[in-house]
Write a new protein. Structure first.
Length: 365
């Protein structure tokens, strides 16, 4: 029986041609593909500037460094997210302040943000979880009222739309990841997008070890070696040229899943608000009845179907232990499961997966 992976990239464009060209030119570190990829990604996101870096985590770290977020500052983030969203705040000595997520959209609940704002609060990070945008208008409104910066962690949502606008372009600055499981990949890699020229220039300096233009090996401050390579950019450019096709595959597969699951009362389907275009980075569902999720993961594993549980909430990780209550992120984390969402999946694979889920639910739900 064929094993079905939870994610799989698709290289159906000019990946080999561009990477080969890059190697043949010997420009494997810096080179033309970086600028081409950055320009095209800025256009894709409808922003003015885009800067590559070594990962989604380093993208976020560079943003916090460039915004001069520092010791004793507080940054509001959703409790349900990948650990990097919190770690980068710790990297700069600041404190991540956790807010519960919305039970239906799975992203930060704007109604719970204001109670967490103090005189030390500097920023809010909106995470577009599993491909569905956070409620940006509500978040931006609160930020404006309290004079806070909004940062988008769009690492999982390339091309998703909020009221017709691309994620990453809805706030001061947006960050993306191109690690292997993402909708477009460069192996590892990241991108920062913004309309703020000064901020992007600071990011560029930090990322390049503050190399002076006037004198070799003169560095005006402490920087970080977070650069992206020309080889990664060659791969990224070819992937970006095909991104609409890749997004459409994810959306089409999500529709097939949704149709096959529509009569399963125990399944909460992925969010799809009227103001959003979800790109279904990982097709994820929540089992409304507790205690079934881990058994389902095991059942599917036995049948050769790989899945992922939802993230462990940040408040449950040892570095961020917190006695506050986060009922929605706890519930989603305990009962959420991401099903195979690879770009090479076909409708027969999805039928096989859904059949196995239904067989399990018949005997357990
Ligand atoms: C929400 C979120 N933020 C940040 C990251 C970090 O990206 P990277 O793995 O490229 O460092 C990820 C990666 O999966 C993510 O899902």
């Amino acid at each position: 029986m064929r094993k079905i992976a939870v994610t799989q990239p698709l290289f159906s464009g000019k990946e080999v041609e561009y990477v080969t060209d890059c190697i043949k030119s010997t420009w494997v570190s810096s080179g033309k593909y970086i600028e081409l990829f950055e320009k095209k990604f800025a256009t894709f996101c409808n922003t003015s500037y885009a800067s590559t870096c070594s990962s989604g985590t380093t993208a976020l770290h560079l943003v916090f460094l460039a915004l001069k977020i520092k010791k004793n500052d507080e940054v509001i983030i959703p409790d349900l997210t990948y650990v990097s969203t919190a770690n980068v705040i710790k990297y700069v000595g600041a404190r991540p302040i956790l807010v519960d997520v919305d039970r239906n959209i799975w992203t930060i609940n704007p109604k719970k943000i204001e109670a967490k704002i103090t005189k030390n609060t500097k920023a809010i990070v909106a995470v577009h979880l599993y491909g569905h945008p956070a409620d940006m208008d509500s978040i931006n409104l609160i930020a404006k009222k309290h004079n806070l910066i909004v940062i988008e962690d769009a690492c999982e949502a390339h091309g998703a739309l909020y009221n017709g606008k691309k994620v990453g372009s809805l706030s001061k600055v947006g960050c993306f990841s191109f690690s292997g499981a993402k909708i477009i990949t460069t192996g590892e890699g990241g991108m920062i997008v913004s309309k703020d020229k000064d901020l992007m220039m600071r990011i560029e300096s930090i990322r390049s070890n503050f190399i002076a233009k006037s004198r070799h090996f003169f560095h005006s401050d402490v920087g970080y070696p977070y650069r992206f390579t020309n080889i990664q950019a060659a791969l990224g450019l070819a992937q970006l040229e095909k991104i609409t096709t890749l997004m459409n595959i994810k959306i089409k597969n999500a529709r097939i899943y949704n149709t096959l699951f529509k009569d399963e009362e125990v399944i909460q389907l992925p969010p799809q608000k009227s103001w959003a275009k979800n790109i279904f980075w990982l097709y994820s569902i929540v089992l409304k009845k507790s205690g079934l999720r881990d058994k389902l993961i095991y059942h599917l594993e036995e049948k050769g179907i790989q899945t992922r549980p939802f993230f462990v909430p940040i408040h449950k990780l040892p570095m961020y232990k917190n006695r506050e209550k986060f009922p929605n992120s706890d519930f989603l984390s305990e009962n959420g499961i991401s099903l195979p969402s690879g770009l090479t999946l076909d409708s027969r694979d999805i039928e096989r997966i859904c059949n196995e889920v239904k067989i399990f639910l018949k005997t357990h739900a």
